[in-house]
Design a protein around this ligand. Structure first.
Ligand code: MOS
Length: 702
């Protein structure tokens, strides 16, 4: 393979961008024709079922005798007979390599059978002997003392500017509080699933996967070296994916289980569907967090010191260090600032990405603390934010391109009816309900990933095929990229055939970090520009160009972040403590909106997920036995339709051409950030009771 030329794409002229083009895959989705990971037609597949450890730490011996006697069961893999991996440095993926149990729910055997039912019954019949050892599974303030080298994705663990202690000692107003957020599990609509087939041809061995993933190339890249294959020999496709929220951003252990099973199955396809219950052990989760925040200010609410120290967890198997205090570094102005992260290293499954990892729990802490500062100074919470608005990025010293937080707050205040709000808490009742309103800021960094490329070629019917391996996990990316491709080539949407979600296509970064549209769209813009310069605008059929985008040097002069303001109305029942959220409004500044329909869905989904975190979501781990007790949607509560009342999203008209040729900055995660704080602040305004941890369960208000 030759590397495509690097092109610095020009800003695109918007014709289709900004219009509400209907989803290009709508018909397939609503008619059931869209094929998800284990729905691809395949001749006589084998079905795999996972057997999991039931202790948190120790050693295992597997007895498959009874399982193998069950009709339809073909094989049982465990650490004694599974194919050996060439690289075991990724402890999460290196399954069935030895008898060690590193967390409860770990894969200790895989049953292969001719039907899903036989595989499941076979798994029940596998006997496992476990030697349990003492395990530590609980995050506490006194065991989260390990200092990681970096926090995700590559940020400093600790920062310290000025003299925070001196500033706090002389501050007229000090807020010094601890905020907690719960463990959460992502729970996309489509559980994780993989179909794997091992094959051999003239070039040697290879692996084909249909995987429910946010990034086909990332899966190939993670698995190939472990299996002793070149990356090109692992082909991954994911034409339709039913959500991920970060949990499908990297392959988890079940994907390796399917790969090892396929290698054993000698050419037969293996289907592995993770159950909802198994997802609570195997497919990632958001760490719980403990944030100690100290703010020093003068009586007018001007910050002199900001400190945010975070404690959270990682797994002994593999380090995952969430960047929870990172947003505090750029949010508000103050001369003295300190942040840090410490981890508890536990005998638990590896934490992972969940929508706005870091920003969501970190901004809960920071934005409730700002509400407490407003209260302590007798100021409106919007005013206290106005007084601490930085002129440049406090972390890097660079100017923002651009920061319109105050405009988001002002527009939201007007639309929400903020001016009628009584300053004091516990002033408004409606029958048996106490009513309050709250506000919080939101932010999310604008990310653009390297390593993307796209290809443009002309088809016999006069249309353009535009290829990039990116995955649409349900966000509408396929539609937004069609609009971008059409504008980049100067044609209508009907003349674009987008080819996506296959690792044989030009490389694409993961659908994560709100970076997809920016990263892939820039690649498409570069490829289209290359094509037009190679072949002009009246090309014959059968011509092609490929390109990778490069960024202009001017991009390094700015700090690129998105901003938003979230407003919530909360009602708390005075006798039962029940909390309802009748109104939520988010106003965002995110760069150009490519498609207002799909963008609105992203914002609303984020707002609902943030409200769900505020009120309901909590994975309860039993500290004695190490498992997540709330391992289904009956006990792990998410916001349902009846919980979602008036949710609205609005945005400022803008574009950021210094960031991407489309002028966009990213929208997938900012909706969840700040929302839990807005709800908690409104609950405090309704009741006069300040709750500093989520979820805000009813008992907290009684
Ligand atoms: Mo998102 S948690 O970066 O997939």
């Amino acid at each position: 393979m030759t590397n495509p030329p690097e092109v610095h794409p020009e800003p695109l002229r918007a014709r289709l961008m900004g219009t509400a083009l209907e989803r290009v895959d709508a018909a397939e989705k609503v008619t059931g024709l869209a094929t998800y990971a284990v729905e691809h037609p395949v001749e006589a597949p084998l079905w795999a079922w996972l057997v999991q450890s039931t202790v948190a730490r120790g050693r295992v011996a597997v007895d498959a005798t009874e399982a193998l006697d069950h009709p339809g069961v073909v094989a049982v893999l465990d650490h004694t007979n599974a194919p050996k991996l060439e690289d075991t440095s990724n402890g999460e993926l290196a399954i069935l390599q030895d008898d060690r149990i590193a967390f409860r729910g770990q894969i200790v055997a895989v049953v292969l059978a001719n039907s899903s039912e036989a595989a499941r019954e076979g798994a029940r019949l596998v006997r496992i002997e476990q030697d349990a050892e003492d395990a530590e599974v609980e995050l506490r303030a006194d065991n989260a003392t390990y200092r990681p080298d970096k926090v995700n994705p590559a940020s400093e663990t600790d920062t310290d500017q000025g003299d925070v202690d001196a500033a706090l000692a002389s501050a007229e107003v000090v807020i010094d509080q601890t905020y907690r957020t719960a463990y959460e599990h992502n729970n996309p609509l489509e559980p994780h699933a993989t179909e794997a087939r091992w094959y051999s041809d003239d070039s040697g061995d290879g692996l084909m996967l249909h995987d429910s993933t946010q990034g086909v190339h990332s899966v190939a890249k993670a698995l190939a070296p472990m299996l002793g294959l070149e990356q090109e020999r692992v082909r991954v496709s994911a034409p339709y994916v039913g959500g991920g929220f970060g949990s499908k951003g990297e392959p988890h252990a079940h994907v390796m289980a399917a790969a090892l099973a396929a290698r054993t199955a000698q050419g037969r396809a293996v289907r592995l569907a993770v159950t909802r219950q198994q997802m609570f052990a195997l497919t990632g989760y958001r760490t719980a967090t403990i944030s100690h925040v100290r703010l020093g200010a003068d009586r007018e609410g001007r910050l002199t010191a900001i400190e945010h120290q975070v404690q959270e967890q990682t797994s002994r198997l593999r380090e995952f260090a969430e960047q929870t205090a990172v947003p505090t570094r750029m949010m508000y102005a103050a001369p003295n600032r300190r942040t840090g992260h410490r981890l508890a290293v536990l005998d638990v499954a590896v934490p992972s990405w969940m929508r706005a990892p870091g920003e969501e729990p970190g901004m809960f802490a920071g934005e409730v603390a700002m509400d407490e500062l407003a209260e302590a100074c007798g100021l409106d919470p919007i005013e206290v934010r106005r007084r601490n608005e930085p002129s440049v990025d406090p972390e890097t010293g660079r100017p923002f391109d651009n920061r319109r937080l105050l405009e988001c707050l002002d527009r939201g205040a007007e639309r929400f009816g903020w001016s009628d709000r009584p300053r004091e808490a516990r002033r408004v009742t409606d029958g048996e309900w106490r009513v309050g309103t709250g506000v919080a800021s939101s932010t999310y960094p604008a990310y653009i990933q390297s390593g993307n490329a796209a290809r443009v070629e002309t088809l016999p019917d006069g249309r353009y095929a535009v290829s990039i391996g990116s995955v649409d996990i349900g966000t509408g990316a396929r539609t937004a990229l069609t609009q971008i491709a059409a504008d980049a080539l100067g044609v209508d949407a009907e003349r674009i055939e987008l080819r996506m979600a296959d690792s044989s296509l030009p490389p694409a970064s993961v659908a994560g970090g709100s970076s997809g549209t920016s990263s892939w769209g820039s690649a498409i813009a570069a490829a289209a520009q290359q094509f037009r310069s190679d072949h002009g605008d009246e090309p014959a059929a059968g011509l092609r160009s490929e390109a990778a985008p490069v960024r202009g040097a001017e991009a390094d002069q700015f700090a690129f972040h998105s901003f938003g303001a979230v407003f919530a109305e909360v009602r708390v029942h005075r006798y039962t403590g029940e909390v309802r959220v009748p109104r939520l409004l988010g106003v965002y500044s995110v760069g150009r909106i490519i498609n207002p329909t799909t963008a609105r869905s992203q914002f609303l989904g984020g707002l609902v997920m943030g409200m769900s975190a505020a009120l309901f979501e909590e994975s309860v781990r039993d500290p004695r036995f190490g498992h997540v007790v709330t391992q289904d949607l009956a006990t792990y509560h998410v916001a349902a339709h009846a919980d979602v009342a008036g949710v609205e999203a609005d945005w400022l008209e803008e574009e950021t051409p210094a960031f991407t040729p489309m002028g966009s900055r990213g929208i997938g995660e900012i909706g969840i950030v700040g929302t839990a704080a807005a709800v908690a602040n409104a609950a405090s305004h309704a009741t006069g009771i300040r709750v500093r941890s989520i979820p805000l369960t009813a008992d907290r208000f009684l």
